[in-house]
Design a protein around this ligand. Structure first.
Ligand SMILES: Nc1ncnc2c1ncn2[C@@H]1O[C@H](COP(=O)(O)OP(=O)(O)OP(=O)(O)O)[C@@H](O)[C@H]1O
Length: 248
């Protein structure tokens, strides 16, 4: 079973007059590391949110982890880890980093159930994996942007997702943290969990085959396999060619 099968989908935001994603098809297998690139407003975030069932798919077929996204969006979201692009915790948010990581278990344990031994174990593993043991008991809103980002990555790892999507996860992280986390993601991919990552900077991608998806104006304009070192050049070329074609 493929992790993602999208067949000619169109998606639109509530009240939007035009679809943002247009006639888009994509297949992703287990264990693939997918990088999604392209210019601003190409529809990269909207694609992630369509896969997750957060934006309405108006036409086409979308199957994620074997589930029909249009009918079973809630179940899809339970199984998909999603680190969003922009989040903000108020300094007075009354949760520690460890409690936020535990919230990643809610889909498995149920909102009103007590955490089990396996939930505590998954939380400790995620905290250790991301290397935030020293932050565990700090209040989330008092952490820096980069520290909060690491907590949200741990939250999604604790979820033990079948598919992991990240929207510009490195925007607040220093180069050491980027390299460390790229290793973590490589390990997840090698265990079979597919990763979809939207990015604008491509330094430090792991040395494994990359499934590169280039988007522009709501469509996929490039879908190919390449090495990490080729990603930036390919995206640059794709975007330049498409810009010339659309303005010529
Ligand atoms: N909540 C929303 N309601 C209506 N339109 C939206 C909404 N979010 C995004 N859009 C529109 O959808 C289009 C694609 O936006 P999206 O955020 O998916 O692009 P992106 O490729 O992720 O951009 P960037 O690289 O700048 O983050 C844009 O024209 C944007 O204005």
């Amino acid at each position: 079973m493929r992790a993602i099968v999208l067949e000619s989908i169109y998606t639109a935001y509530e009240g939007g007059s035009e679809p943002v994603i247009k006639d888009l098809s994509l297949e992703v297998d287990r264990g693939e590391y997918v990088v999604i690139g392209g210019p601003n407003s190409a529809g990269k975030t909207t694609l992630l949110e369509s896969i997750n069932g957060l934006v309405k798919i108006t036409h086409g077929r979308a199957c994620v982890c074997g589930l029909d996204v249009r009918r079973r969006g809630f179940e899809v979201r339970r199984r998909v880890g999603y680190v969003i692009q922009n989040f903000y915790f108020d300094p007075f948010t009354p949760f520690t980093a460890q409690e936020v990581v535990m919230m990643g278990r809610f889909g498995r344990q149920g909102l009103l159930s007590r955490p089990k031994e396996s939930d505590y174990d998954a939380v400790q593993r995620a905290i250790k994996t991301v290397g935030i043991e020293d932050l565990a008991h700090k209040t989330i809103g008092t952490l820096s942007g980069g520290q909060q980002q690491k907590v949200m990555i741990a939250h999604n790892i604790a979820k033990e997702p079948d598919l992991f999507m990240l929207d510009e996860p490195f925007s607040n992280l220093d180069f050491r943290a980027r390299e460390f986390l790229q290793d973590v993601f490589k390990g997840m991919v090698q265990q079979g969990v597919p990763i979809l990552m939207v990015a604008h900077a491509f330094d430090g991608l792991p040395d494994i085959p990359i499934h590169l998806v280039v988007m522009n104006r709501g469509r996929i304009t490039g879908d190919l396999s390449c090495q990490a070192g080729e990603v930036e050049e390919i995206i640059r070329k794709e975007c330049e060619v498409k810009e010339r074609c659309s303005s010529g």
